[in-house]
Design a protein around this ligand. Structure first.
Ligand code: C2E
Ligand code: MG
Ligand code: MG
Ligand code: MG
Length: 273
């Protein structure tokens, strides 16, 4: 039902885009100006250590607050931003904004981390590693407090991807594979790349309690990550039953509506307090 819900949300957004008389072209034009007009915001979804119940960090999730339409979800505008080549500058803004916010959290909780999603284009851009380094210097971010999320679809060119991941790792930043299990050749990538953690896609978590196949897949991913000595985080945890399953199978960490939805920065800070 989640895909349906997502579809419905996107439909509602498209409908209001249309009723505002915004066609694809004007949407593109307003997206071009969104950065300079300060229309982007990051929301933060707490990441939980499910053994201790503590928050160890947050994933930054991009929101476009359009002056006429309101919030437009990333699944709607990120593909457009990719196509227009805007995603690289937007993505750099995301990393810098997340690091600036992290600095505030770290005043009281110095070990807190922030995770940022990278787009394919950003990941494959020549100067990614240099840009990340500059932003870390500028914002005083210790490398181990910054995590970059990539997806399997970005790592098609295995040699190139493993070189970039190697460079990021030598900066000391953490690298995780997002939506793990939805791409292909996962096991080959695990052999080639030294990532810090796997994020089990929410489509596997959804029916974990009722579908034996999903339960077996998730239990196996957790065991495999453990054998490989890397972290594992479950995405989209919505119920206590799902949480109990994950705890029973030795999963370290999770995020999802059961704990918190993505929160505006001030609300996340309030939760930390
Ligand atoms: P993702 O990185 O896999 O993020 C998880 C998505 O699942 C987020 O959707 C989050 O709000 C949602 N979610 C979290 N917990 C639950 C839950 O318990 N149930 C359900 N149904 N959903 C949950 P969101 O914020 O709409 O983001 C969608 C996707 O957009 C992200 O998937 C990511 O791929 C992309 N994205 C978001 N921010 C950025 C960004 O700054 N840069 C790039 N390149 N991509 C981004
Ligand atoms: Mg993510
Ligand atoms: Mg994901
Ligand atoms: Mg996703």
């Amino acid at each position: 039902y989640r895909a349906k819900e997502q579809g419905k949300n996107n439909y509602v957004v498209y409908k209001s885009i249309k009723s505002e008389g915004l066609n694809q072209l004007t949407l593109e034009n307003s997206l071009r100006k969104a950065l300079q007009n300060n229309e982007f915001e990051l929301h933060y979804q707490p990441q939980m250590n499910i053994k201790t119940g503590q928050i160890f960090g947050a994933e930054a999730l991009l929101r476009w607050n359009h002056p006429k339409i309101g919030y437009i979800p990333p699944n709607v505008f990120i593909p457009v931003a990719e196509e227009l080549g805007l995603i690289v500058s937007i993505g750099e803004w995301v990393v810098e904004e997340a690091c600036r916010e992290l600095a505030k959290w770290r005043q009281s909780l110095p070990e807190l981390r922030v995770a940022v999603n990278l787009s394919a284009r950003q990941f494959l851009k020549q100067n990614l590693v240099a840009r990340i380094y500059e932003i870390m210097q500028k914002t005083n971010t210790p490398a181990h407090c910054l995590e970059l999320e990539i997806t399997e679809s970005m790592t098609m060119d295995v040699e190139h991807a493993s070189e970039i991941i190697g460079q990021l790792k030598s900066l000391g930043v953490k690298v995780s594979i997002d939506d793990f299990g939805t791409g292909y050749s996962n096991l080959y990538y695990l052999k080639k790349f030294s990532v810090d953690s796997l994020k089990i896609d929410q489509s596997f978590i959804r029916d974990i309690v009722v579908d034996d196949n999903d339960a077996d897949i998730v239990a196996t991913i957790i065991a495999m990550a453990d054998r490989l000595g890397i972290g594992v985080i479950a995405e989209g945890v919505e119920t206590e039953e799902q949480l109990n399953f994950l705890i029973q199978h030795g999963c370290d960490s999770a995020q999802g509506y059961f704990f918190y939805r993505p929160l505006p920065a001030e609300e996340f800070r309030a939760v930390l307090r």
